[in-house]
Design a protein around this ligand. Structure first.
Ligand SMILES: Nc1ncnc2c1ncn2[C@@H]1O[C@H](COP(=O)(O)OP(=O)(O)OP(=O)(O)O)[C@@H](O)[C@H]1O
Ligand SMILES: [Mg+2]
Length: 409
């Protein structure tokens, strides 16, 4: 654990960048520092690897004051990733990634094979190994930055807005990759961003800072969205906080019906019989192929008439079991009929749900607080821990419980 204990940083010109910040950063999880520009995120991060020394307070790593460790050893135990990757322009990709291993005295061959292994891990094709950074896209450079930080397998990763300079699609890819890597490696990651969506997606714990390095709230994302501590946090979370919170509610409990679903080879009699039952709820039927995969919505009357019935696109289906109520609601909103389509692993229509049904599920979920759970930190050998914030402090409470992992879709 990294403990930031009443740490302040005042710059010589009198700026208080960080003011008595207390924050417990749990092991093997992603802790995000988020907040507006100038609120002290970078300063805090750099105090952890002693690129900046605090004016007051102390920082402990596994119970030991970091000032008691040789600074080189400390930094080697902490990979550091920054915006624009900060790669050495005159070194190839493998050489960049192998920088720290070489410093640690590994021979060229071993550093190189480690670098190639890491390229694969971060999703980089090995054909890029001999290129120079300028011959890579921004997203690829960021991947190299992550690989370089991981090269000597440090237990801690410090990441300062690593994905801010790339476009949203590349950024999403990088975020997904980081989550995959983290699921495998279980590093202690401190991640700085000013993007609240990124914080919610990546963070096991999110520290919302405001100007002056003042801790506004420290909580798992789910808790942040459901109970922002004050107006500042609420503003920072943005207007669609409620919608985003739905990512934490599992859609598997949603009551689906398969009544308005019909295969494309159904006879007019079958269609008429079906629509007699479904007409009170909807004039439409979801037409599937003979395998049960959705094709689109048609008016039951047109289908029964046997004419070429107009087929409306069904928008985008949500996955039963994997997706959240947010995805289900999105699916209903995008559907021209207002009905969401759920599919199974094989892409077959598992059922449909009307907007009102989803609204009802949302009300029930809120009432029962039957959240998917805060993201679970997986410890070694299958021990699972749930980390939550302690209201009003930077401290965390860790409970070892057996829970299903929740996805956020
Ligand atoms: N060397 C310095 N001397 C004086 N003030 C500084 C120095 N470095 C940073 N600051 C100030 O400290 C405050 C916090 O800066 P910091 O870089 O930690 O913010 P940040 O949260 O990382 O912002 P951003 O999101 O823009 O990167 C700012 O007001 C900044 O101007
Ligand atoms: Mg910064």
């Amino acid at each position: 654990m990294i403990e930031i204990d009443a740490v302040s940083k005042r710059y010589p010109d009198g700026t208080t960048a960080v003011d008595r910040l207390t924050l417990e950063i749990p092991d093997r999880s992603i802790t995000v520092l988020v907040g507006p520009s100038g609120c002290g995120k970078t300063t805090t991060l750099r105090m952890i690897n002693r690129m900046i020394e605090p004016t007051d307070g102390r920082i402990l790593l596994d119970g030991q004051d970091i000032r008691e460790r040789p600074v080189n050893a400390l930094r080697r135990s902490m990979g550091y990733v920054i915006q624009h990757a900060g790669l050495f322009p005159h070194r190839t990709i493998v050489e960049n990634i192998g920088t720290v291993p070489r410093l640690l005295g590994w021979d060229r061959q071993r550093s190189r094979s480690r670098a190639l292994e890491l390229m694969e891990r971060v999703g980089l094709d090995q054909s890029l190994a001999k290129r120079y950074p300028y011959q890579l896209s921004g997203g690829q450079q960021q991947r190299v930055g992550v690989a370089r930080a991981l090269a000597a397998d440090p237990p801690v990763l410090l990441m300062d807005e690593p994905f801010s300079a790339v476009d949203p699609i590349v950024r999403k890819g990088l975020q997904d990759e980081l989550l995959r890597i983290q699921a495998d490696l279980g590093k202690t990651i401190v991640f700085v961003t000013h993007d609240i969506d990124e914080a919610i997606k990546l963070g096991d714990m999110v520290a919302v800072l405001r100007e002056g390095g003042y801790l506004a709230q420290y909580a798992p994302p789910n808790q942040l969205l459901s109970a922002p501590a004050d107006e500042f946090v609420e503003d920072f979370l943005g207007a669609d906080r409620g919608i985003r919170h739905l990512s934490f509610f599992d859609a598997s409990g949603l009551e689906l019906t398969s009544e308005p679903i019909v295969a494309e080879d159904a006879t007019p009699e079958q269609i008429r019989a079906l629509s007699a039952r479904t007409a009170p709820q909807t004039p439409y039927l979801l037409v599937t192929d003979t395998e049960g995969r959705p094709l689109g919505w048609s008016r039951a009357a047109d289908l029964a008439a046997g004419a070429d019935a107009e087929r409306l696109p069904y928008g985008h289906a949500f996955h039963l079991g994997r997706d959240s109520l947010r995805a289900a609601l999105d699916s209903a909103v995008l559907s021209p009929t207002g009905w969401a389509v759920a599919v199974d692993d094989e892409g077959r229509a598992a059922g449909v749900a009307a907007q009102e049904t989803i609204a009802e599920a949302i009300r029930t979920a809120h009432a029962a607080r039957s959240v998917v759970t805060d993201k679970v930190v997986t410890g070694q050998a299958g021990t699972e821990k749930v980390v939550t914030g302690q209201a009003g402090t930077g401290k965390v409470v860790t409970d070892e419980v057996a829970m299903d992992k929740g996805g956020r879709s």
